[in-house]
Design a protein around this ligand. Structure first.
Ligand code: ADP
Ligand code: MG
Length: 243
C-alpha cells in the first residue's frame, strides 16, 4: 500500500495584490519532498512572487501556505527552513569565499571545526575547493553563482529556492551548470524550486514543471506531459517558442 506522502509545501487558494493589481490569483499546488520543481513562465507572470511567499519575504492576502502540513503564513522568514539563490548572486562583496559560505553556520553558532568541514564540503559540491581564500571580486560570474549555491546549502535548508540563477551566464556555462545543479539536487535529496523563463532549460532539468502566466498556474506536470499534451494555447505557444 502506498502511504500518501505529505507535501513539503502546499499553497491553498493563495492570492496577492499590489496596489489593486491582482498578481497571484487563487494559486494552489503541492510540492513533494526530494524533487526538482521548476516554475516556468514569461517575465511578470508571478514566479518570483511565489518564491518570495515561500521564503517569507512577502505575505499572502488570501489563502494558506503550508510547510510540512503546518500553516506558515505568520511564521517569520528567518524561521523557515528555506534559502534562496538569486540571479545577481547577492554575495557579501568584502568577504572571502570561505566567509561567505561560513556565514549561515556561524550565525547558528556551529563549532569552528564543524564550520570548516561544512564549508569545505559545500565548496567541493560546487567544484570550488581551491577558491576558499579568494575575494569575491576576483571571481567570474559562474564562480560567484557557485559560491551563492554553496552559501545557501551550508544552511541545510529543506527547500532551496533558485530565482533565475543561470540567466546571467553565457550559453555554454549555463548548459554545464544545468547538469551540475541537477546532480547536486539528486545527491543531497532536498527539494529544489527553480525559476526560469527558458522552456528548454525547464524541460531539461525538472521532475515537475509549473507553467505560469498572468498570476496563474496554467499547467502542472512532468516535462513529457507538458511537451506532449499542452493543456491550452498559451502553454503550446510558450513551449514551442525557441530562444
Ligand atoms: P516574474 O518573476 O515571473 O517575472 P514577478 O513575480 O516578479 O514576476 O512579478 C509579477 C507581477 O507583480 C509583475 O507584474 C510585477 O510588475 C508585479 N510586482 C512584483 N513585485 C511588485 C511590487 N513590490 N510592487 C508592485 N508590483 C509588483
Ligand atoms: Mg522574477
Amino acid at each position: 500500500m502506498d502511504k500518501k506522502v505529505l507535501p513539503v509545501i502546499e499553497f491553498k487558494n493563495v492570492g496577492l495584490s499590489f496596489d489593486n493589481n491582482e498578481i497571484l490569483k487563487n494559486v494552489s499546488f503541492e510540492i513533494e519532498a526530494g524533487q526538482f520543481y521548476t516554475l516556468l513562465g514569461p517575465s511578470g507572470s508571478g514566479k518570483s512572487t511565489i518564491l518570495n511567499l515561500i521564503s517569507g519575504q512577502l505575505s499572502a492576502d488570501a489563502g494558506e501556505i503550508l510547510f510540512d502540513g503546518k500553516v506558515i503564513n505568520n511564521i517569520p522568514a528567518e524561521s523557515r527552513r528555506v534559502n534562496t539563490v538569486f540571479q545577481n548572486y547577492a554575495l557579501f562583496p568584502n568577504m572571502t569565499v570561505f566567509d561567505n559560505v561560513a556565514f549561515g553556520p556561524k550565525l547558528k553558532k556551529m563549532p569552528k571545526d564543524k564550520i570548516k568541514a561544512k564549508v569545505r564540503e559545500m565548496l567541493a559540491l560546487v567544484k570550488l575547493e581551491a577558491f576558499e581564500n579568494r575575494a569575491i571580486q576576483e571571481l567570474s560570474g559562474g564562480q560567484k553563482q557557485r559560491v551563492a549555491i554553496a552559501r545557501a546549502l551550508a544552511n541545510e535548508p529543506d527547500v532551496l529556492l533558485l530565482d533565475e540563477p543561470l540567466s546571467a551566464l553565457d550559453y555554454k556555462l549555463r548548459k554545464q551548470m544545468q547538469s551540475e545543479l541537477r546532480a547536486i539536487q539528486k545527491r543531497l535529496g532536498i527539494t529544489f524550486i527553480f525559476v526560469t523563463h527558458d522552456q528548454e532549460e525547464a524541460l531539461a532539468m525538472s521532475d515537475w514543471i509549473f507553467i505560469m502566466n498572468d498570476g496563474k498556474i496554467q499547467q502542472n506536470g512532468t516535462p513529457v506531459d507538458i511537451y506532449d499534451e499542452p493543456i491550452n494555447h498559451f502553454v503550446a505557444d510558450f513551449i514551442g517558442e525557441s530562444n
